[in-house]
Design a protein around this ligand. Sequence first.
Ligand SMILES: [Zn+2]
Length: 442
Amino acid sequence: MNQAFLDYYHCPASAAVFKPASTGTKRPGYFRFGTGNICFGKSLATTPDRVDEHMPDMAARVEFDGTLYSLPFDPDEVATNLRYERYVRPPNNASAKKLVRKLYYALRPALPVSIRRHLQKAWLNGWADRPFPAWPVDRSLDRMFQELMCLSVKASAQKRVPFIWFWPERKSSCATMTHDVETDAGLKFRNDLMDINDSFQIKTSFQLIPDARYVVSEEELTSIKSRGFEVNVHDLKHDGHLFSSRKVFMESAPQINRFGTAFGSRGFRSAILYRNQEWFSELDFSYDMSVPNVGHLDPQRGGCCTVMPYFIGELLEIPVTATQDYTLFHVLETYSLDLWRQQTNLIMQQHGLISFIVHPDYLDTPKAREAYAALLEHLSTLRSDSNVWIALPGEIDTWWRERRNMRLVCSGDTWRIEGHGCQRATLAFATLRDDKLVYEFE
Ligand SMILES: [Zn+2]
């Protein structure tokens, strides 16, 4: 009931002032919890099984007994449903779509980008009409936790709740840049790409395909790592089949894990963001980066509806929260930074993680390289002017694990943070200003 809220904020257990309203919950459905916020889960009300105007607002059904709030739903269940994408229903024509997808990936290597683009557009038809998850960034889960924090602040005697700030050294938000290397040409471009990144003092991660398309030798690995960049494993064969069945996945996972060891990698990303988070426990990695925040423009629908990393068992999920370069350049057909800027702003409002995938393979025109350099320029401005932390995925993983193990300790009427890495952590307070939740540092 309270664990997801406590894990999100790392606030004292006493701040989780919530209890279940009563038994007798109905089947899962969509509902609101405060303004502009959509949740999916079991609740005491009758809820629609699609997002529509009949969704009840559960905020109106919360009751306070002076100490605890009775909630008509379980925040832990909603958090799991959204993060693990359990709200996604298979499309009506699921098997036909599966066949088309299989055919597409069989033909893909032979298809020129112009034809692929055409097919992808047909495939994605109607994406803009989908009301959930919200485009271009979904923050449903983050907002649910904020609504709960509002209630907690109101119930507290001091009218503020201490918690461990989301990022190290008081950074306002976090940004990370990653590169999936799709072809030999992309791999050959790595040194030029690292030069571009270094000119903005931005280190990035390279995801390499271990068992197809090109050979990854010790030389390639060293050329990347020795410059302070990161190497992760990208799928196994990159044929779009890794998650096609449990059998295929179970045969592939041990091979992927062995390549992880051989590459000295702590991170993984699947091809084309195909995924089944329920199977991720087979991956022997510290973190995964295969889950989009909102998947409207990806072949697999869904999205984790949060802009914060989260744990799937012992694996840290570092979600992809910005639109991919290929989608921007070839599906939306723009080299403008507007969408990336808009996403960045929305994520920063939540103090979340801004994460990009830019493929070296698609930086093959001056226009694309200019757009990429402009993005790096934008990020470095955010770093200097808005105190954004630009970090490697591995650094995010290390921090998120340290934060998970830190404790807030009360002595007298002051709080302090204890635990490994606590010198980088900041004590923050949630409080209300004009009835709106704000965060402040002491
Ligand atoms: Zn890829």
